[in-house]
Every structure is written in C-alpha cells, then in structure tokens.
Design a protein around this ligand. Structure first.
Ligand code: ATP
Ligand code: MG
Length: 239
C-alpha cells in the first residue's frame, strides 16, 4: 500500500554533459521528507540543491535511483502522466521566478487553477485574495516586468500556493525579500506545511529563516551530508 504522503529519493544520480565535460550534480543522493513538515535544504552554491528539487518535481529525470513523491514512483511515469501529477499536486517557487511576462500579475497566479479547470471567476477571486495576503493588492493588473525583484518573488510565491498543493517546493523563496517581508512569507509557507497530508521543501541560504524549519538537511557535493532535527544547531552568521 503506497504511503500517499511519502517523499523519498534513494541512490539518485544526475549528471549533465558528457565525456570530459560531464558534471555530477547528484551522486547517490538520499533524501526524505515527512508529512506535515517544513524541511530546509542548505549547502554551498553548486552542491546540487536545485537539481534535487527538480528531480522531486519531476522536471528533471534522474539517471539512476528511486524517486517517490506523494506515494507515486516518478521514475517510470510518462511525460503526460508527470505533467498531470505536477498540475494536481505540486507548487514550485523557482529560483528565477519564471513568471510569464505577457500575462498580468493576477493572470500569472491564476494559471495553476485554470490548467486544472477551475472557473475563471473563482480563479480570479482566489488569486486576488492571495495577492492581497502577500502585500500586492493593487498591483494585480500590472505586468511582472514592472515590479521589483521582491514583488516578482511574491507573485511567484502566490502562484505556487494558489491551488493548495500537497507538495510545495521553494527554491530560495526569500532571496529578493527584505527581512520583514521574508518573515511574513515564511509564516504563510509554514502555515501551509502544518497539515498532515502536506510537505514543504525549501532551499535557502538565508539564515534569518532557518527558525521556520522543522529539520534542516545539509547538502554537499551532490548528496545529503547530514540532517539536523534541531534547526537551531546549524552554523549561521547570527550565532
Ligand atoms: N542544466 C545544466 N547543465 C549543465 N550543468 C548543470 C545544469 N544544471 C546544473 N548543473 C550543474 O550541476 C551542479 C549542481 O547545480 P545546482 O543548480 O543543482 O546547484 P545549487 O546547489 O542549486 O546551486 P546554487 O546555490 O548556486 O543555486 C553545478 O555544478 C551546476 O553547474
Ligand atoms: Mg540553485
């Protein structure tokens, strides 16, 4: 009987390029997240964090190993099955935001609902409510290009949350935010994680948000080096 909340990867390899230029982004990586938790992933630039998130999201296929997300083995699903699975279950805040420049702020946030067949009016209302919550009420009709980096990041966060995903993956969600906005956004993200059928994975370099984690996984050179059950134990400039 598959566990509908399990997030588990085992022995995952992922390389880019070929021959002399081949780079191993993940090397026999193991990772596990528990239902109802917010787990953070930290580690130096280039250690494989974004690659690991992409494997969990099914946007990159592992070269080897097992990938189980919300009780489904992703290795072996077709592209069409993966897309359907992502649309139904996954929210992703990309490191580079990935907003659609030709759509308004509101329309960007509506996309995950519209692709699931939610009626336009309801999608508009839900997007509007969430944009107000992230402090962007009044900017709904702007294009992303007219917003600051921090504002664009908040649009990306609203888009990832709008369909109430069971797996929320955030790559550096506070990198462009000031301290207060970052704390507010993390409070929303943590609130979302407090449900037994939900999991939140956050990659960050931002020591100011470590306190929102239930556990912190340290990554090094393509694999998880250790997992801290007490986030206050992590070395950070504030200690
Ligand atoms: N599409 C790609 N093509 C080639 N190499 C890649 C690609 N994506 C990642 N890599 C390489 O894989 C390694 C891991 O990259 P990854 O983006 O996962 O690191 P990261 O931990 O997210 O770093 P950062 O903190 O800078 O975002 C790096 O050496 C990177 O250069
Ligand atoms: Mg990255």
């Amino acid at each position: 009987m598959p566990d509908p909340t399990s997030i588990r990867i085992r022995g995952v390899d992922k390389s880019f390029g070929a021959g002399e230029a081949r780079v191993w982004a993940l090397k026999q990586a193991d990772f596990e997240a528990r239902p109802g938790e917010l787990i953070m992933l930290v580690g130096p630039s280039g250690c494989g964090k974004t690659t690991l998130l992409s494997v969990l999201a099914g946007t990159l296929t592992a070269d080897a190993g097992e990938v189980e997300v919300l009780g489904r083995r992703l290795d072996g699903l077709s592209q069409a099955e993966l897309t359907a699975f992502r649309r139904a279950n996954l929210g992703f805040v990309f490191q580079s935001f990935n907003l659609i420049p030709t759509l308004t702020v509101r329309e960007n946030v509506m996309v995950p609902l519209l692709v699931q067949g939610v009626a336009r009016e309801e999608a508009e209302a839900r997007a509007g409510a969430l944009l107000a919550k992230v402090g962007l009420g009044g900017r709904e009709d702007d294009r992303p290009g007219g917003l600051s980096g921090g504002q664009q990041q908040r649009v990306a966060i609203a888009r990832a949350l709008v369909h109430d995903p069971r797996l929320l993956i955030c790559d550096e969600p506070t990198s462009a935010l000031d301290k207060d906005t970052g704390q507010r956004v993390m409070e929303m993200i943590r609130e979302l994680s407090r449900s037994p059928d939900r999991v939140v994975v956050v990659v960050t370099h931002d020591h100011r948000i470590f306190r929102f984690a239930d556990r912190i996984a340290e990554m090094e050179d393509g694999r998880i080096r250790r997992v801290l059950d007490d986030p206050s134990l992590i070395d950070s400039p504030s200690h």
